[in-house]
Structures are given as C-alpha cells and as structure tokens.
Ligand binder design. Structure first.
Ligand code: ATP
Length: 219
C-alpha cells in the first residue's frame, strides 16, 4: 500500500538523516516504528503521510509515485491515511464531536449523513461522556482518544500514530493498544511510532527499527 525504495532524506544542505530505506506497509498490516530519539521517526512519518518529499529514492502510495502527484491529487490520497499527531492538534474552539466531524465537514458532507457515525466512533474510543466537551477540559488521554477518532472518521486504509501512548498511564496505554488492534482486525493497516518497549512487548508485531538513519525490519 505504501512502498519505499532506496529512500533518502536530507534537510537543506545537511547530512542525510535517513538513508536507503526500503520497505512496504502492507494492507491490513500492523507494525511498530521505533528507534532512539533523533533517529528520524518523525521525518519518516512525515514522508509516510506525504508532508515531506524524499531527497532521493521512490515512494509509492496506493500505486502512485508521490514525486509525480500534483497538488490537486494530494487531498484524495491523504484522506486514505489517518494520522494521530503527538500533540493531538485538536481545535480548541471545537467540542469533541466537532473536532471528530471536522474532516467530513471540510469535505462538504451534510451533518445528517455523518452525525451518527461520529457519535458511534466517539463512543467506540470511550469518550461518549465527553461528546460536547472542549479540549481544554479533556485530560491528555481523552485528547489522545479524540485525536484517534478524528483520524479514523473518514475510514482511512492506514493509521499512523506518533507516540500514541506518550501521555497516558499504563492501563490506558493497554486500552489504546487494544483499540488499535481491534481497528487492525477490521482491516486498517496500523503504524505506531513509539519509544515504549512495554507497549511493544504486549503484541507480536512487525518492528521497524531506525538507527543512525537506517532501518532494520523484524517481521
Ligand atoms: N526541519 C528540520 N530541519 C533540519 N533538520 C531537521 C529537521 N527536522 C528534523 N531534523 C533533523 O533530522 C534528524 C531526525 O529528526 P526526527 O525529528 O525525524 O527524529 P525522531 O526520531 O523523530 O526524534 P524524536 O523521537 O526525538 O522525536 C535529527 O538529526 C534532526 O535534528
């Protein structure tokens, strides 16, 4: 579904921060992306959701070479990729419901067509009681779950989550992991970028380990 071939990345005139990355994120797969701080996880995630172009090599997303995508092509491909950012990026003046519904509203969908889906998804992530709360009153874990729901509302083929358990206690981290696994069982590919060894030990899953700009994959 997303394929990297000999991908390299450098910022400006600096050294290559990622080198010779070749791997594929397959449909319906589940993997962790890990590595020491500064190894390039965030940069790799940004390339995975098409926010950053590689300086060399080939990236194909859903069969399309990203180097040849026009600006007009980007939104339809990005919609297939859900992203949960480390800092959540919820809009402060919107409730949980409004934040989660936003991607559909931006697309011009009528509220009647999505209201129930949004409510159901918010309940699925365990935020039913917080439907009309604003981010300022949500805990870190609640914001995390609102961000997950927003990333999923448009039914992406792949979910990328950057340190999704970074702000939550171990019981909630386990709950979030179960949520990701349930999502994966229903057919969504999942990539979890994390430093959390305890989290990774809970599931047998592919590990993509970045170190010194290179990637080793353990299936
Ligand atoms: N916008 C940028 N301009 C120049 N260099 C950058 C930029 N973003 C990242 N880098 C450099 O690229 C390397 C990889 O950074 P990146 O943020 O991808 O690592 P990371 O593994 O996500 O780190 P962390 O886990 O601490 O967030 C680092 O050496 C960093 O200094």
């Amino acid at each position: 579904m997303i394929r990297f071939e000999n991908v390299g990345l450098r910022y400006d005139m600096g050294p290559e921060v990622l080198r010779d990355l070749s791997f594929e994120i397959q449909k319906k797969s589940f993997q962790f992306l890990t590595g020491p701080s500064g190894a390039g996880k965030s940069s790799l995630l940004r390339m995975l959701f098409l926010a950053l172009k590689p300086t060399r090599g080939l990236i194909t997303v859903l069969g399309r070479d990203v180097a040849t995508l026009s600006r007009a092509d980007l939104p339809s491909i990005r919609r297939r990729i859900g992203v949960v950012f480390q800092d959540f990026r919820l809009l402060d003046h919107m409730t949980t419901y409004e934040n989660v519904a936003l991607p559909l509203r931006v697309r011009g969908r009528s509220e009647d067509s999505y209201r129930q889906d949004v409510v159901d998804l918010i309940q699925w992530v365990g935020l039913g009681e917080r439907l009309h709360a604003y981010p300022v009153v949500l805990s870190g874990g609640e914001k995390q779950r609102a961000a997950i729901a927003r990333a999923l509302i448009d039914r992406p083929d792949v979910l990328l989550a950057d340190e999704p358990t970074g702000n939550v206690d171990p019981p909630l981290a386990r709950r979030l992991l179960r949520l990701f696994m349930e999502l994966n069982r229903s057919g969504t590919a999942v990539v979890i970028a994390t430093h959390d060894l305890g989290l990774m030990e809970q599931v047998e899953a592919r590990r993509m380990v970045l170190s010194d700009g290179r990637l080793a994959v353990y299936d």
